[in-house]
Design a protein around this ligand. Structure first.
Ligand code: 8DG
Ligand code: MN
Ligand code: MN
Length: 366
């Protein structure tokens, strides 16, 4: 038994963007439980609950040591009544009964399977479940009309649910660099998303493309896609054009958290190395890849916005709005007090404008 005096107390900032969150997590038993409940809330379109559990999980990820007693959590932010109940259950019983029953539930299992299909979100999955569809077999025989993304997602289901390795991300990076070099010399490709934060695996690979001369990047995406397509690298792609200039709600205040860059959601056909060849003798695998093109003037904001984690980004925007009266997006930072845009050419400058200590990508794993 540990006495009160021996218990280490933590002091942690309340915004995830004020904290350094590396990949080594001393409380994965607790964060796994909270993350599962967050995921379940999101799958049920309960966004408020989802964010509350995400914030609680992120706080636990940032703690420097393993939590062994509830008393250590006194005074910590971000832990609501419900999250504390889950944590207490895990500390006392090794598991959370709510997590266990969620995992076992027919609805959660079906939501996981169905949203595991690229192109299927929580709303579609819910509709299918209400029609009695709980798995891929039932979906295939249901006669449901699938869109192009969903058809492709179903076709490559196993590959797309297999984590992407860093080696695969690098191999795809080389292909993307080659495509970009071929269509516009001087273009730059940056790896963003989880791999930029140092993750060893991911659900996709995210790239940001720009050109040092403003305006040269216009129309780049269709050319890159055509290059990749003609060489058989794409199993699926959907390009959406840049809608930033036409937007009426102001560049730093997009109508949703979707940005307006020219972007391409794709599925790459990646040829496997000899060592990765499997018993199936399939010599390639499908990999989800996101490509985004940004003008150089917005590049720092785009890199910051696409590096994640999702919660870190959400917290940055909340910090900007609530604490600084600024609006941050992947395009720009607007100061509502001075009524002007704040220009930046690096992530460091953006953190400085926000009055935050610079947090490198490897410490944004909130
Ligand atoms: P993972 O793929 O390994 O699972 O993790 P990740 O790389 O962190 O997640 P992601 O889903 O690929 O998202 C990467 C970052 O991109 C994340 O910070 C959120 C951001 N992002 C989207 N969609 C959009 C969008 O439409 N606009 C902006 N600005 N950012 C987006 O995923
Ligand atoms: Mn990613
Ligand atoms: Mn992505």
């Amino acid at each position: 038994q540990i006495s009160e005096a021996e218990v280490a107390l933590f002091s942690v900032s309340s915004y995830a963007c004020q904290r350094r969150t590396t990949l080594d997590n001393h409380n994965s038993n607790l964060t796994d439980a909270l993350s599962l409940l967050a995921e379940n809330a999101e799958l049920n379109n309960e966004d408020g609950r989802g964010v509350a559990f995400r914030r609680a999980a992120a706080l636990m990820k940032a703690l420097p040591t393993q939590v062994i007693s509830m008393s250590q959590l006194r005074g910590l932010p971000c832990l609501g009544e419900h999250s504390l109940r889950v944590i207490k259950d895990v500390l006392e019983n090794g598991v959370s009964s709510e997590v266990e029953s969620t995992k076992q539930s027919k609805r959660y299992k079906a939501l996981k399977i169905l949203t595991g299909i690229f192109g299927v979100g929580a709303k579609t999955a819910d509709r299918w479940i209400r029609e009695g569809i709980y798995n891929l077999e039932q979906l295939r025989h249901s006669g449901q009309t699938l869109n192009r993304a969903q058809k492709s997602g179903l076709e490559h289901y196993d590959d797309l649910n297999e984590p992407v390795t860093k080696a695969e991300a690098d191999a795809i990076g080389e292909i993307v660099q080659k495509a970009v070099d071929s269509v516009l010399t001087g273009s730059q490709v940056a790896l963003t998303g989880g791999f930029r934060r140092g993750k060893l695996t991911g659900h996709d690979v995210d790239f940001l493309i720009t050109h040092p001369e403003e305006g040269k990047e216009v129309g780049l995406m269709p050319k890159v896609v055509a290059w990749l397509e003609s060489r058989g690298f794409l199993l699926y792609q959907k390009t959406t054009r840049n809608s930033y200039l036409e937007s009426k709600d102001g560049p730093a205040r997009p109508a949703s958290n979707m940005d307006r860059f020219e972007r391409c959601f794709s599925i790459f056909k990646l040829t496997k190395g000899k060592e990765q060849e499997t018993a199936s003798h399939k010599i390639w695998r499908a990999v989800r890849v996101d490509l985004v093109v940004s003008p150089i003037s917005q590049f720092a904001f785009a890199v910051l916005g696409w590096t994640g984690s999702k919660l870190f980004e959400r917290e940055l925007r909340r910090w900007a709005g609530h604490e600084k009266n600024m609006s941050l997006s992947s395009h720009a930072l607007f100061d509502n007090t001075q009524n002007k845009y704040l220009r930046a050419t690096s992530e460091e400058e953006i953190f400085a404008y926000l009055g935050l200590e610079y947090i490198p990508p490897s410490e944004r794993n909130a």
